[in-house]
Ligand binder design. Sequence first.
Ligand code: ASP
Length: 454
Amino acid sequence: MLKISKFGGSSLATGDQVRQVCDIITADPTRRIIVVSAPGKRHSDDIKVTDLLIAAASQRLMGKIGASECAEAIERYRNIATELELPTGIVESIAHDFTERLEDSTENADLYMDTMKAGGEDNCARLIAQVLQTRGVEAHYVNPKDAGLLLSDEPGNAHALPEAYNRLRNLKERPGITIFPGFFGYSNEGHIVTFSRGGSDITGAILASAVRAEVYENFTDVDSVFAANPFLVENPAPISELTYREMRELSYAGFSVFHDEALEPVYRAMVPVHIRNTNNPKSAGTLIVPECNTRETPVVGIAAMSNVCCVYLSKYLMNRQIGFGRRLLQILEAEKISFEHVPSGIDNMSVIIREDNLPVDKEKRVVEKIRQTLAPEDVSVERGLSLIMVVGEGMQHTVGVAARATSALAKSDVNIEIINQGSNEVSMMFGVKSTDMDIAVQALYKEFFDGHNS
Ligand code: ASP
């Protein structure tokens, strides 16, 4: 039996938390490969180590020094080491490493930024290995390059190359407990590259898939995944089991508890994911599995994401024009804009895009190109929208879910701007004005979960 256990930043933010993490690791001899994030926030207005490192790197890229942000990051490790009464040597070597990174060449700004960002996880893994060693446990830090975590050459947004999986398989044979830093790997050219933010979840998933772990434990700071955002709905229902597809839909649309890109590797290898709470390891958590046959309710969760916009086009007889959709999407592709959904009618098409993918200058260029190339009667961009996703495998076999959802929204006076049912029938999407988002989530939650049963 082999488990991969990943600990998120909030589980590693203080000496006390690190102690708790080490207790969890040593409590189960099958926890042999551990993935760690960088120390996260200690309280709500704290700064994550990764953000301090990004700030330091940004300073240097602007021709300044960045030393104070870097010193603040080092201080975080010093505090943890002091709390745990570790020998001072470890902090000195961490400080040395950060200083070297900070002073590295900035010739390629993206690679420089990734080298800095990766320092948070890399040094945290070294520190955890040391804490375990001082407890007399055989634990070894393993560098992702030596282990073979090869990533695409896409700084800040890399993905694993297929050959990485074979190489990483050998991790199983290593003696003792392997402490593996999350969030980064190496490109074929030997450069450090990171995943997107929150990417330590992806590292854990890749390792779990490569070694065919029995389970991928993802330790975070909540007891389980909840059916709705606890900031929007009071005391939402905990979810005990979810399918990979459901979790992907929910994560993609705003459930931040697990990175949506971390699902593909575990899904491919059919490794179950167990979301657990570091501060309450006895709680049952949430299990993410291939199929979930016991649930009797059609909807499992309601997610929402704001800051979305919609490019809307109408053209009479659009349905007769072969290639209209392709040409529209080509305009977006040429501007490197990724889109979320493309709901369409006979004479109109809309493209839903995250607002940060369509800044105002790009919007102007895109609208102009659309006018020139497609000559629509109307083209406009609506900003300030939110997408609400109603998610559940059970919707495939249940009549009336859309009717219940739309009438719940109508009763709450929420105007639905866009509706789209995912072709896999695991999710239904409603686009509403962002000012209506909270009320829409609350109305849908009440409809499907009131009294915690739908
Ligand atoms: N430390 C990185 C971040 O803050 C990655 C992670 O925590 O998973 O995004």
